[in-house]
Design a protein around this ligand. Sequence first.
Ligand code: DGL
Length: 260
Amino acid sequence: MPIGVFDSGIGGLTVFKEIAASFPKVDLYYLGDTARVPYGNKSKTTIIRYSVECASYLYHNYNVDAIVIACNTASSYALDTLREILPIPVIGVVQPGAESAVKVSKNKKIGVIGTSATIKSNSYLETLKSLDKDLEVYQKACPLFVPLVEEGWIDNEVAKLTVKEYLDDLVKTGIDTLILGCTHYPLLKNTIKGLYPHLNIVDSSVAIVEHLKNIKLNIEETGKRKIFITDESHAFDKLKNMLVGDIKTEKIELSDLCSL
Ligand code: DGL
């Protein structure tokens, strides 16, 4: 059962890494849309169109049996469309992340951080409320976290100041749990944890693996891993080497991304 994983670019590698570690025998195909990243400041229509193209590429070319949307922005807008048009399971990061948060929060006050598009979509807010209507949910877009991570500034003074600037007020609301609603943010986890050690941090890349374990995949494959990108990217190479080592990256043309 090969699995296709896609993201707007490099962030989904945090999800790919967790899936690869937990399912060593499953064939995994990753597509990072590095030519069109970021999705987080684009419109709903554009995010859906790009997501359909990425998922269709993996489905048609690699015959994947499941698609993981390893991007919170794409999960927030394109999950329903992809489920309608693809005849295979499509799993987004929002539901698993929200479920994990509800499990660990004791005071029912949950913070959500993500790209501007993810926060604007209210995807986490609505999913959390559907799980428990008594939750208090506080959301905050943190758009500068993505370029910080892409620059590799994940634990220096600039990273600490930026985290504090975005999160101090959110933390003051009394949340005991914070959902990292963007695939780049797990790389800032240690910095966030260092500043707010009392918070439960929910990392959607970990949450999605637990979710995949529950849907019982048939894992009799060879453990093949392939990574595709739509444009060369230094940031992608750096993060890929750091997270998943020397898996070869292949560049594909945007014109190869077909529509269903
Ligand atoms: N992968 C995106 C997400 O998880 C962050 C990067 C982007 O804006 O495309 O929301």
